[in-house]
Design a protein around this ligand. Structure first.
Ligand code: GLU
Length: 558
């Protein structure tokens, strides 16, 4: 424990600077969260500085508000930031859209030194070149002109309406980049073409912006997903041409679904689409009804059913999912937050996809992970997102959490997910959490106890439970309820203990087993034979609602 504290309170700053550089295209994906976490763990372990940079140069893909959502998600996970758009350090601004002058300067420098050149091919011309390469069975490479266009020529082309971009003159030499984890990766001469560094709208591409920013922000270590491995040679060539130092690179293993497919937003569409198709095929749902639920045109629905995800937005997909009662798989950090996971469980789980502390510890606090973190214990191969394991881990974390922590986290969940339980006071919430002990997620708590706080008319009786618990043996359950009513009405102490004692007594007097009494009560007050311990269930419900619900149930007897 001592070691752990030392790691967290280490005040001496090292020169290590790492960053997380997401594009604001939505909520934080678990893969992104893992990159952020590893950079953060690395910084905290070594007293480094953790920077958040928003990479918003792809104007078409930016989503309004995403920038804030990303920061909220990081905060929820417990990943704090040393420098960010909200907390400016010496190297700001921290949004690329506010740093365009820096990219422009780098671009000018590359043009002036002959390391970059203007190009103004139309999309049709580029397409023709690509087709020609295809026909000749060779990979497409942009044909570098023997003489680079002058600035005047570029301006003239622009005036003629041509798209003017700037391309990097990739050196004609092999390149070896060193990855701290994977070792050396070499590309032979000619494997990279003259890639674009500035787009026709004047904005830099990712490659130029990332290289300029990592240098200007004095980033010493870049931990990013392996999907960027093949970008790194481009970045190193650019660094050399601009006279920058090369940071140390670590390419992190990818995170896949348990079946080996990519974990992406598409999974959400896929899951819901499958069920809708089944329902349509079985004629238990009509296209009209689906369009109505999603508030979309028939045409849009048709295209969406044909696998065009973009036809419906996530709100619409969620509405359909709700109507068919299908659970959408969690993909983003926010999904797990609204499904009722504890952030410490998610962080723990995410860290272990692709890293291990080197012993058999599994349940670890974020501080323990800081103390144990080292780059050489990151896996080289991709990891699987095992949802069952996460659920088990969350169950353990919930069981181990203090009542105070559970209360705080539950309230956050109730508010984020719009649960009616958000209005309960702290004392009641703490009792509910205690009564549901052993739960896997906060959603389970709602599933088990939420009905106790809903209006009485909301109780729906599960026909199977009615049959098994109430109607069986000539309506023995109903008989129990009838007999119980006067006893319940005369209970002095409406507390869990008082009620348990009364029910025990009642069982003895009626020569009944506890289940023969408790289960009919549960079905009467909750609609199903599932609720916390019977005394606490009724104590939470209160005398008036208990009696009301039992009467209501008896009135429905056939
Ligand atoms: N904006 C890039 C992304 O979201 C950052 C990649 C990098 O870390 O260099 O994938």
């Amino acid at each position: 424990m001592e070691v752990v504290q030392v790691a967290r309170i280490m005040t001496e700053k090292s020169t290590i600077r790492a960053r997380f550089a997401p594009s604001p295209t939505g909520y934080l994906h678990v893969g992104g969260a893992r990159s952020a976490l590893f950079n953060w763990l690395f910084c905290r372990k070594h007293g480094g500085t953790f920077v958040l940079r928003i990479e918003d140069t792809d104007i078409q893909r930016n989503i309004a508000g995403a920038d804030q959502k990303l920061r909220d998600d990081l905060q929820w996970l417990g990943i704090d930031l040393d420098e960010s758009p909200d907390k400016s350090g010496e190297y700001g601004p921290y949004r690329q859209s506010e740093r365009l002058h820096l990219y422009k300067a780098a671009q000018e420098k590359l043009l002036a030194s002959g390391n970059a050149y203007y190009a103004f091919d139309t999309p049709e011309e580029l397409d023709a070149l690509r087709k020609q390469a295809e026909a000749e069975k060779r990979g497409f490479k942009y044909p570098r002109p023997t003489k680079f266009p002058t600035t005047e020529e570029a301006e003239r082309a622009k005036a003629e309406g041509r798209p003017v971009v700037v391309r990097f003159k990739t050196p004609d030499e092999p390149i070896t980049v060193h990855d701290e984890l994977l070792g050396d990766v070499t590309l032979e001469t000619g494997q990279l073409d003259d890639f674009v560094i500035a787009k026709s709208n004047g904005w830099p591409t990712y490659h130029l912006a990332v290289v300029v920013d990592d240098a200007q922000m004095q980033i010493t270590h870049v931990l990013r997903a392996q999907e960027h491995l093949m970008n790194t040679p481009k970045h190193v060539f650019l660094q050399r041409a601009l006279g920058y130092e090369t940071p140390k690179y670590v390419h992190l293993p990818l995170v896949f679904n348990i079946d080996g497919t990519k974990m992406s937003k598409r999974d959400k569409h896929k899951t819901v689409r499958k069920v809708v198709k089944e329902r349509l095929k079985a004629n238990t749902w009509s296209k009209d009804a689906v369009s109505q639920v999603a508030a979309c045109s028939e045409e849009a629905l048709k295209k969406w059913l044909d696998k065009s995800d973009t036809e419906l937005d996530m709100d619409q997909v969620e509405r359909i999912a709700m109507a068919v009662g299908v659970e959408i798989p969690e993909i983003d950090v926010h999904d797990f937050r609204s499904s009722g996971y504890l952030s410490e469980a998610l962080v723990n789980f995410i860290a272990l996809i692709g890293w291990s502390p080197g012993d058999d510890r599994e349940q670890m606090t974020i501080d323990e992970m800081v103390a144990a973190f080292s780059i050489d214990r990151i896996n080289k191969t991709s990891g699987r997102f095992d949802r069952e394991k996460l659920l088990a881990m969350n169950t353990d974390w919930c069981a181990a959490a203090s009542p105070q922590r559970l209360l705080e986290a539950f309230k956050d969940w109730a508010q984020v997910s719009g649960s009616p339980m958000a209005t309960l006071d702290d004392t009641v919430t703490t009792r509910v959490l205690d009564a549901c002990k052993g739960f896997r997620t906060f959603r389970d708590v709602e599933g088990k106890a939420g009905i106790l706080f809903a209006p009485d008319e909301r109780v729906e009786y599960d026909p199977k439970a009615v049959k098994k618990v109430l109607e069986k043996k000539d309506g023995q359950g109903y008989v129990m309820l009838e007999r119980l009513l006067p006893a319940l009405e005369s209970v002095d102490a409406w507390t869990a203990e008082g009620l348990d004692a009364m029910i025990k007594n009642f069982c003895e007097e009626n020569d009944a087993k506890l289940g023969d009494v408790a289960q009919p009560i549960r079905v009467a007050v909750a609609g199903r034979p599932v609720s916390p311990a019977i005394g606490e269930t009724l104590a939470l419900l209160g005398v008036e609602k208990t009696v009301n619900r039992i009467r209501r149930c008896l009135s429905k007897r056939k």
